[in-house]
Design a protein around this ligand. Structure first.
Ligand SMILES: Cc1cc2nc3c(=O)[nH]c(=O)nc-3n(C[C@H](O)[C@H](O)[C@H](O)COP(=O)(O)OP(=O)(O)OC[C@H]3O[C@@H](n4cnc5c(N)ncnc54)[C@H](O)[C@@H]3O)c2cc1C
Length: 489
């Protein structure tokens, strides 16, 4: 009898580009099931990553299931129990409640530590790491994914049954799969600096909204008794073109904002201001192909409203592992075989991300910045009076509640009621003060004149904005209809 032996043409079952939370999370899950996994990373661990270092309760639940939170090192990281929201001269401090189904409050964990813990867990489970090695591209031939790699000056290839792009927001794998870089409409830029010797309280993160740099938020996340991560995220389209000018934005903001200055006190910046792009979810982006899949930031899994990405990196890693394991067993790594991953991402995150995208779309229009700031002021005023409402807002920023669950009818109704109260207070004040009504009228006229002159100056920008807003509204509507159909309504 003739025995045909297949050549051992694979170096591994799955080659993962990038060993951040998405790549190492996936490596952990697959290696734990006995699959041969190679993780290729451009850097060597432990390595820093520009981030706010805020690890949400959902991310911590994933880490707990991987055995990563049961250590003394984790126990010594900084737990967050309050969030402060600051706008102009107003602020609200909200106590964060911990949902029963989640094990922890959010923690602030510098990424140089957090990512190393996940790498160690994956290595312990059996994953192999190839560090200081860059994935430069890939090729899919019948039955094999060939990863093209560069280590120093050496170029070489490795063969795998499939390749996963977990190589972050500048993903080479995503770019090749989609044939183009991410659309700038779906990008933010984040800046981060570490400060030492700042003032407490250590269990409170602060978020600052400032009109001059709107749309964009600034944060102070304490990482321990005296240090903090301070940073900002802004729409890339509205940023200055020179890197030095972008970094100056953070310095200017700190200089102008008395609330953040109070918390910094005599604290000093440690190291440099670092910047990094944030690519968020575009439902048109392909996240699967024949023998290819994207996870974490490479797939755009960041919530544009909260800036949270670590939890989605870990969730997508677990969902990807489930699909890949199933496909490896069925020996079907085609785009059709991998569909269940795409469906899961869409079902779990699609609606939430579509709604968040729509909400960040509004302040992108310069003419609406003032209106948006007023809405935020109204929300803060309501949060001061209504603990349940405050809890919802805090949940969105903490990444505990998806925005579609939080922004329900009662939340919106309460916001509208508060808005009506605030405006009628303003009207009463105007009526009671000599010249008050005239002043209010003048203000309104000024705003309308400014709006009209802007509309004529930036006609194209406004038309583009309108098109994008309509597109994003249609996406939200499509999700609502799908959900209603699924619920038989
Ligand atoms: C300023 C800022 C603040 C943020 N704050 C928060 C926050 O507070 N909380 C939160 O949850 N999220 C935050 N995020 C988002 C969060 O950082 C990401 O969502 C998260 O890091 C995603 O993990 P990942 O594994 O997908 O990608 P990454 O963590 O970026 O890991 C990608 C890995 O791929 C490697 N790599 C890149 N290119 C290649 C290549 N060609 N070949 C091989 N390896 C490669 C990199 O070295 C890296 O190790 C923030 C982001 C920014 C920019």
């Amino acid at each position: 009898m003739l025995i045909v032996r297949t050549l051992n043409k694979y170096d591994c079952d799955v080659l993962i580009a990038g060993g951040g939370p998405a790549g190492s999370g996936l490596a952990f899950h697959l290696a734990s099931q006995g699959y041969k996994v190679i993780v290729v990373d451009a850097e060597s661990f432990p390595r820093d990553k520009v981030c706010g270092d805020g690890v949400s309760p959902i991310a911590l639940a994933e880490l707990q299931a991987m055995g990563i939170t049961q250590t003394e090192k984790f126990a010594s990281t900084n737990e967050i129990k309050q969030v402060g929201l600051f706008i102009k001269n107003d602020k609200v401090i909200i106590n964060l409640s911990k949902p029963d189904h989640l094990p922890f409050h959010a923690h602030i964990i510098p990424r140089v530590e957090l990512d190393q813990w996940i790498v160690s867990a994956a290595q312990k489970a059996g994953a192999t790491y190839l560090e200081n090695t860059r994935v430069t591209g890939f090729e899919i031939r019948s039955g094999v994914a060939i990863a093209q790699l560069k280590q120093g000056r050496k170029n070489f290839t490795l063969n795998a049954k499939m390749i996963v792009g977990a190589d972050g927001s500048r993903s080479v794998v995503a770019r090749q799969l989609n044939g183009k870089p991410p659309d700038s409409e779906f990008q933010l830029v984040g800046l981060r600096a570490y400060y030492e010797k700042v003032n407490g309280p250590t269990d409170r993160v602060d978020i600052y909204f400032s009109e001059e740099s709107f749309p964009g938020i600034f944060w102070m996340f304490p990482k321990g008794p005296a240090g903090a991560n301070i940073g900002m995220a802004m729409v890339s389209k509205t940023l200055p073109t020179k890197t030095a000018d972008v970094k100056q934005l953070l310095i200017n903001h700190i200089a102008r904002n008395k609330d953040i200055r109070e918390r910094i006190g005599n604290g000093q910046m440690e190291g440099k201001i670092m910047g990094w792009p944030i690519t968020f979810y575009n439902s048109k982006t392909r996240i699967i192909g024949d023998r290819v899949l994207l996870a974490g930031d490479a797939a755009g899994l960041i919530n544009p409203l909260s800036g949270d990405g670590i939890q989605y990196a870990l969730l997508s890693a677990r969902w990807a592992a489930e699909t890949i394991s199933h496909c490896l067993q069925a020996n079907d790594l085609s785009v059709n075989g991998l569909q269940s991953y795409q469906r899961r991402v869409n079902a779990e995150l699609g609606y939430d991300f579509a709604l968040s995208n729509l909400l960040v779309q509004f302040p992108r229009n310069r003419s609406l910045s003032k209106l948006w700031m007023t809405i935020l002021e109204v929300m803060i005023a309501r949060a001061k009076q209504d603990p349940k409402y405050a809890d919802t807002i805090a949940g969105i920023f903490e990444g505990t509640y998806p925005s579609y669950k939080a922004l329900n009818a009662s939340f919106i109704l309460n916001s509208v009621k508060q808005g009506a109260t605030e405006f009628s207070e303003g009207f009463k004040k105007a009526m009671g003060q000599p010249g008050g009504l005239i002043a209010t009228g003048l203000q309104a006229t000024e705003s309308i004149t400014a709006l009209l002159s802007e509309l004529s100056t930036y006609q194209k920008d406004h038309i583009d904005w309108m098109k994008n807003t309509l597109g994003k509204t249609a996406k939200v509507a499509a999700h609502i209809i799908t959900r209603m159909n699924a619920n038989g309504r």
